[in-house]
Design a protein around this ligand. Structure first.
Ligand SMILES: NC(=O)c1ccc[n+]([C@@H]2O[C@H](COP(=O)([O-])OP(=O)(O)OC[C@H]3O[C@@H](n4cnc5c(N)ncnc54)[C@H](OP(=O)(O)O)[C@@H]3O)[C@@H](O)[C@H]2O)c1
Length: 229
């Protein structure tokens, strides 16, 4: 079965870092990147977010632009894509502002945690299996288009599993150094080479938007928001 379309969306420094050397909740992109991120969210049915990224940022990104919200409404989509958090145990501080954000929340849980029921604050959960099977579960729940919001650990796993169809990277004019590359430092299974350049565009403030299609499974599905314009 063809799984959901997965688009990895990250803001990265010129030296390929997604966070400063000391770590913490990185905000690398400017206004152009924010727009590109919201356009990706507008396209999506759901977002995949690593547990550590959620704990550090305490919220997830919302579509704020009125035009984009209007496009989703005309396409018959909910205002925001569902936030699907990935975690081994599902322990999150219930005081996180994330739990007050106006969106649907789902959780992908590994092991025994998945058998223990849906943790408070989440509307539903799924067990984590191999990524193609896990994504198949999300697709069966109506999530056909997924934006993968990182961080590196989560992004690396989906890339290694060969289930990412598109990379959308905003190259930001900073050099950060340090260990936080946008893929994990440790070795991982080889990722196919030969990504196809789909778009390159200056988006202001010295930032460059780069979109690459997977060499094995290029993006295919039409954008429901564009067809609603
Ligand atoms: N520049 C950008 O665009 C951007 C975007 C996103 C993040 N970031 C930055 O990236 C950093 C965080 O990235 P990170 O790589 O350290 O962490 P991460 O990928 O966000 O999260 C790792 C966590 O995700 C969960 N997880 C991942 N794979 C799993 C699996 N197969 N099974 C179960 N749980 C799984 C685990 O959560 P539990 O601990 O709950 O088990 C794990 O600890 C932060 O500095 C953040 O600011 C930057």
């Amino acid at each position: 079965m063809l799984g959901p379309e997965v688009r990895l969306v990250l803001a990265v420094s010129l030296d390929g870092r997604l966070a400063p050397a000391h770590g913490g909740p990185a905000q690398l992109g400017g206004r152009g990147d924010r727009r590109a991120l919201e356009e990706a969210l507008c396209w999506a049915d759901g977002c995949l977010i690593g547990g550590r990224t959620l704990r550090l940022h305490r919220t997830t990104c919302l579509i704020r632009d009125a035009d984009l919200l209007g496009q989703r409404q005309r396409a018959g989509l909910p205002p925001q894509p569902m936030a699907v958090v990935v975690s081994r145990h599902g322990h999150f501080d219930p005081a996180l502002p994330f739990f007050s954000q106006p969106l649907r929340r789902g959780l992908l849980l590994s092991g025994a945690a998945a058998a223990a029921g849906t943790p408070p604050g989440f509307g539903l959960h799924w067990p984590l299996e191999a990524w193609p099977q896990t994504l198949g579960q999300l697709q069966a729940a109506g999530l056909q288009r997924l934006v993968l919001l990182g961080g590196a650990h989560l992004a690396g796993q989906l890339l290694a599993a060969g289930v990412v169809q598109e990379l959308q990277l905003t190259l930001c004019p900073q050099v950060l150094a340090g260990p936080h590359s946008w893929v994990p430092e440790r070795a991982m299974p080889p990722v196919p080479t030969g990504w196809q350049l789909l778009e390159h565009r200056a988006i202001g403030d010295g930032e460059l938007l780069l979109r690459y299609g997977s060499p094995t499974a290029p993006p295919s599905r039409p954008d429901p928001c564009e067809s609603a314009c």
